[in-house]
Structure formats: structure tokens, C-alpha cells
Write a protein that binds this ligand. Structure first.
Ligand code: GLA
Length: 373
């Protein structure tokens, strides 16, 4: 089964945009291995938009890799990625053209799926630009879903229609293994926060087999790259990662892995956070404190543990309160939570009925807890 837990990997778009080529992909593959990301679970290396020639081959009708960016073709790139123990991802679009105006797969779905299988692709991100108006999105995603089933290779189907057309109602039925449920992220705290807030009522739609994708992470970009914007600081990135993890979102790194600092590597390989993200039951988090400036999310994990995330979206320190009653632990039961904070390692002991934390601006605290008397 593909997508039993949220897919993890890297995608070229956030940092490189159209500036992709064979060397960038190979260097990124090397870095994923050398920096321990592959071993932490980041397995897909996905080439996003702008990889092909502007037009299909007039004789075969096939999409052709850009001859300057990828002089040895895509199979050579894919072979290199596979030789590093990673999986290889490609990109196309349900419309006639991709978002950056390269050939899309509309009416070429089966041929293109075969082409991606020839490349040795293991993943296909499938965008939504230039969709012919009179076609419904569900038919177009169904088509590529079928084409991927027919192509003779197991390919993870990553839909990307930005949460439009009530996609959460129909996307699982198309065969997709993950689907973008938001618009595009940029590297700012506001963008990350707005995406997370917009998904609070969508968390229940995400489950094994098909996960809500809230876009590639901007962690480690610091304002540079293709979706640079104002940039974030390390506190913002910490909160971004904790949110993506407790949301059970796919973890697709978008920063330039080749330049990741030890600090950033430590964040994205945090074992407790990855455990929360990759929990096999993939239960949706529920919210128990929903104020615009501060939130508390609770997620049941498969081994009777409970993850609790405090998030402060405000620009100043906030006292965030937790009433155990709100998460189903009655005062009369005598039970409380034994809490360990996963970034600092701080053990709080058993907290009953009520507790509060002073969380600095944009920061978060994330606990792994067990029920205890
Ligand atoms: C859309 C997608 C992005 C990226 C670009 C490429 O905007 O949502 O993630 O793939 O297209 O052009």
C-alpha cells in the first residue's frame, strides 16, 4: 500500500522554480543521504514544474525533457536517484499546460503515465492549471488515476488542485495518495499560519491511503528561493514543522537541502515529531483551545500515547491554557497527563485538571503524554 503514512521527501519548486537541472537533482540526492534525511524517512525526490521542452515531440506526441537542463534524459536522473536508495518523482498537470506553461497531460494521460513509468518514476505530482472549463476536476484526476494504474509501475499519485471544487469530497475516490488542500505557501509566518488555520476543519478528511497535503515546507529557506517572501526565523520554522507533523501532513521539504544547517537538520529529523506525523493510525488532531492567537491540538497516537501541541500565533508571549476536561479527561476520574516536551526534553510530571504554559511569540510547545493517576 502506498501512502500508509504521510509521504516524506523533497520537491524542487520552493527553492529552485524553473532553475532545475541534472546537477541540482544529483547534488540534492547526495545531500539527502549525507545529511541523514533519507535515513530519517525523507524518501521521495520530486522534480516539479519546468522540466520539459515547451512542446511535445511532434512525431511521438510524448513530453520531452529539456535538453539543456537534462542532457542525459530523465531515466539517467532517475537511475541516479534510485542508486542513492531514494525514490524519484515527476510533475505534470491535468490541464492543457502546466502552471509555468509547459505541456500538460490533458488528453495525453495514458501516454504520459507510460512515459513516467519509462523514466522509472515512483511519484507524480499532478497540478490543475489550464483545465478545460467544461471538464470537472474529478474526471481529470480519475483519468490520471486510471492511467497510473495501467502504466505497469507503482507510482504515488499526488494531486494538486489547491483545495478547489470541494476536492476533499471526491479526491480519495480517484486513487490519489495525497492531495493539496490549500493554495500555494510562501516563506512567511503569515502564509504558514493562514494555511494551517484554513485546514482546521479539514483534518478529518486525511487518512492512510490519501493524506491532505498542505504544501511543501519552507523550513530553512530564510526568504531565499522561488517562493521566498519575507522569510521566517527558526522559531517560525519550529512551529511550521510541529503543525505539519500533528496535522499528519506529507512532509515535503522545499528548502535547499544542500545548505541546511545542523539546526534545521535537527528540527526536521526530530524523532518525536516524526513519530507524531508518521503514526500508523493517522488519527486527525482535534482542537480544544481555538482562539485566533493561540491553539491547542490533541492527537491520539497508536500506542496509547497522546500528542498535545500548544501554538502561539501572536506577536507577543501568550499564556495558553489547557483544561483536561476539554480533551475527555474528567476531573472525577483522577487521571491526568504525564507530559514530556519534545523540543526541550523537559519532563513536566503528571498534570491534572488544568495547566498553562507561557509560549513566546510564534512559538510552540509539543508534548508526548501518557494517561496517569
Ligand atoms: C502550482 C502548484 C505549485 C507548483 C507550481 C508550478 O502553483 O500549486 O506547488 O507546482 O504550480 O508551476
Amino acid at each position: 500500500m502506498l501512502s500508509r503514512t504521510p509521504p516524506m521527501g523533497f520537491n524542487t519548486w520552493n527553492t529552485f522554480g524553473e532553475n532545475i537541472n541534472e546537477d541540482v537533482i544529483k547534488e540534492t540526492a547526495d545531500a539527502m543521504v549525507e545529511k541523514g534525511l533519507r535515513d530519517a524517512g525523507y524518501e521521495y525526490l520530486v522534480i516539479d514544474d519546468c522540466w520539459s521542452e515547451r512542446e511535445r515531440d511532434p512525431e511521438t506526441g510524448k513530453i520531452v525533457p529539456d535538453k539543456v537542463k537534462f542532457p542525459n534524459g530523465m531515466k539517467a536522473v532517475s537511475d541516479y536517484v534510485h542508486s542513492k536508495g531514494l525514490k524519484f518523482g515527476m510533475y505534470s498537470c491535468a490541464g492543457t499546460r502546466t502552471c509555468a506553461d509547459y505541456p500538460g497531460s490533458f488528453d495525453h494521460e495514458f501516454l504520459d503515465a507510460e512515459t513516467f513509468a519509462e523514466y522509472g518514476a515512483d511519484f507524480l505530482k499532478y497540478d490543475y492549471c489550464y483545465k478545460p472549463q467544461h471538464y470537472h476536476g474529478d474526471l481529470l484526476y480519475r483519468r490520471m488515476g486510471m492511467a497510473l494504474k495501467a502504466c505497469g509501475r507503482e507510482i504515488l499519485f499526488s494531486a494538486c488542485n489547491w483545495g478547489c471544487d470541494d476536492v476533499h469530497n471526491w479526491i480519495r475516490s480517484t486513487g490519489a495518495h495525497m492531495y493539496r488542500s490549500t493554495g500555494d505557501i510562501n516563506d512567511s509566518f503569515v502564509s504558514m499560519r493562514d494555511i494551517a488555520v484554513s485546514q482546521e476543519d479539514k483534518l478529518v478528511y486525511s487518512a492512510p491511503g490519501c493524506f491532505n497535503d498542505i504544501d511543501m515546507l519552507t523550513i530553512g529557506m530564510y526568504g531565499k528561493g522561488n517562493v521566498g517572501s519575507t522569510g521566517c526565523d527558526d522559531t517560525d520554522y519550529k512551529t511550521q514543522f510541529a503543525l505539519w507533523c500533528i496535522y499528519s501532513a506529507p512532509l515535503m521539504l522545499g528548502g535547499d537541502i544542500r545548505t541546511f544547517s545542523d539546526n534545521i537538520l535537527k528540527l526536521v529529523t526530530n524523532k518525536d515529531l516524526l513519530r507524531i506525523n508518521q503514526d500508523e493510525e493517522a488519527r486527525p488532531a482535534f482542537e480544544i483551545r481555538n482562539q485566533s492567537h493561540s491553539k491547542v491540538f490533541v492527537k491520539h497516537l497508536s500506542n496509547n500515547e497522546i500528542a498535545v501541541l500548544f501554538v502561539n500565533y501572536d506577536d507577543k508571549t501568550r499564556k495558553i491554557e489547557l483544561y483536561m476536561e476539554d480533551m475527555g479527561i474528567s476531573a472525577a476520574s483522577g487521571y491526568g497527563l504525564k507530559m514530556r516536551e519534545v523540543f526541550s526534553g523537559e519532563e513536566l510530571g503528571v498534570k491534572k485538571e488544568y495547566m498553562s504554559r507561557n509560549v513566546p511569540a510564534h512559538d510552540c510547545e509539543c508534548f508526548i503524554c501518557t494517561l496517569s493517576k
